[in-house]
Design a protein around this ligand. Sequence first.
Ligand SMILES: [Zn+2]
Ligand SMILES: [Zn+2]
Ligand SMILES: [Zn+2]
Ligand SMILES: [Zn+2]
Length: 138
Amino acid sequence: MGMLVGQRCRLGGRFSRCNDPAEETCVYCGKPFCARHTYVLEGHEAVCTSARCRAKRDDLVAYQEYRRGVLARNHAGLCGVEGCVPHPAHECSLCRGHFCALHVRERMYPFREGWVTVERPASVCARCWDRRKIWRGA
Ligand SMILES: [Zn+2]
Ligand SMILES: [Zn+2]
Ligand SMILES: [Zn+2]
Ligand SMILES: [Zn+2]
């Protein structure tokens, strides 16, 4: 925590840069930001108020909750989807949850490999499939 010496907040529009003294660097976009443009500040997790970074942070929190729910249902021998059937036989290759045949699909998923995105077939649950848009082209 504390001021980043000599750094200025880089949030705001292209022609309306904030320019207040920066206090943190965003873990997602890497831009320095000021107190006014702080969305989350918890330990080492500093997130700015840009729409893309807020979406990522919100998704991460919701996703952790989702994974806890899937794990709990899997422990009870159920598909990861709330209210679904027993005996989940298929694993989502992203969240590692177990699901019934209806709730995991083989899809071409865009994996980040360094600077490029490579589409490869993967078994993916609906929740993991939905969040790819938020994280694509980080
Ligand atoms: Zn950011
Ligand atoms: Zn600012
Ligand atoms: Zn999944
Ligand atoms: Zn299911």
